[in-house]
Every structure is written in C-alpha cells, then in structure tokens.
Write a protein that binds this ligand. Sequence first.
Ligand code: KIV
Length: 275
Amino acid sequence: MKTVSTFQRLKDNNEKIAMLTAYDYSTAQVLDKAEIDGILVGDSLAMVALGYKDTYNITIDEMLIFIKAVARGAKNSFIIGDMPFMSYNLSVEQGLENAGKMIKAGANAVKLEGCNEHILNLVKRCVESGIPVLGHLGFTPQLMNTIGGHKIQGKTADNIELILDSSKKLEKAGCFGIVLELMPAESAKYITENLKIPTIGIGGGKYCSGQIVVTDDIIGKFTDFTPKFIKKYANIHDAVLLGVNAYKKEVKEGLFPSAQESFELNKEEKSKLKC
Ligand code: KIV
C-alpha cells in the first residue's frame, strides 16, 4: 500500500519514484497492478481526455468525476488530485474547500502550481487539515499566459536560485514533494540536492528523485503533440486503429458477428413463430 511516507522513504533510500497520470477506471486498474508509486489525476486530462487546447477550462466538479473513477480502479495506489485553474486562486478558504472535495472523492493528496504567499498559506492550511500537498514549479501550465508559452525554465543561475528558494518555501510549508517541469537536467539536479523532500521531474532530466509523465503520451494513445521529453513505450493509437479497421472490414463483409459471438434461438420456439 502506497502512502505519503512512501515518497520520502524512496528518496531517503536513493530509490527512484515512478509516477504516472490516470483519468479513468481501467487505466487506474493497470497502474495499480503495476504498483506505480503515485497516480496523478492531472488537469492535463482537459487536453488528453476532453480535447481542449489547454488546461484552463476544466472545473473542480469535472475533476471530481475523474478522481472518483480512478479511485474505484486503483484501490492500493496513492492518488493525487490536480487542483484546476481558479479552483484555489481566489482565497485560502476556496482552495481548502476544493482540496477537501478532492479527498472526499478518493484522492489521497492534492497538487498545486506555483509559490507565492497565498499558495504557501494554502499549503499550510491543507497540511494542518490532513491534506498532503505536492508542489509544482518550473514550467507551470496554469501560468502559461503570464510565462508566455511553453518555455524552458531554470536556464539562468538567477532563475535556478529563484526556483530553489520557492522549493524550500514549499518544503517548509509542508509539501511532501515538488514536481519540477521543463528545465535543464543540471538545474533540477541542483534543486533536488538542496531539498529534503523528493522532486518529481517532467522534462526535468534524470537527477530528480522521481519522474512523472502523462500515461497517454508514453503509451502512444494521445497523438496531437508529443513533447521532447516523452519516450514511447507502446503504440496504442496504431493498435486501436488496426483493431477498429479490422472490425469495420468484418462488419462490412458480414463476417462479424459469427456464430461464436451470437445467441441461438431454441428450435422449438423458432418453429412457433407466426410469419
Ligand atoms: O496535469 C498533469 O498531468 C501534470 C503533469 C505534472 C503530469 O500536471
């Protein structure tokens, strides 16, 4: 059974942390079977599962539907609910209430992007209330409009120090880990080495304490775009297309369903039919 302590234990034992995203019941079942260290119900589902162009449009109520599905599928996993845009930005009370909804839906922790006084207060209140929090720094998709696009972070010494400073503040506020997105491997290494809590990289190189990626990216299911940091371990899109085309051909040719996939009517009953 994975818990919040699993993350610190793995970091302290110099073991890498392997995390993935899941948005639905059956994917969650597979990740649970693989004993993945943490499952993030990421707001990336806005793009990957719902077809939006970014993460801005997903709401807390929609996120709860996906968290519930994942929680039903992944009974032994540590599930983290990603707080969507504007579900925690208005006030600590709003953030705490929505974080609580995620826990009631089946998440074991929440993830928040960024670091400012408001976020730090919210992290403290969540942790005090029994809600573990995973931070998220570097490239933070919910701040894409102010960042000015998908820009690699931590490219200068000043910016790396800034991210480290924010990471330390999040650590002090009670975060159990920090996602470091889109930065040079050496930058993430420097930050990781100067923190007690684990870092989870996504496009952050091999020196982070662990890694997270979008499952649909690494299994080749989501194909709209593939970030440079993605390695494909399967090609689900092509496998599904192959199956769908074979099904279509057999339906058109009258080969599906065959007797094996059909139910037989009892001969006696058949003979009683009037026309
Ligand atoms: O929404 C998401 O999937 C994320 C990543 C860190 C994987 O935030």
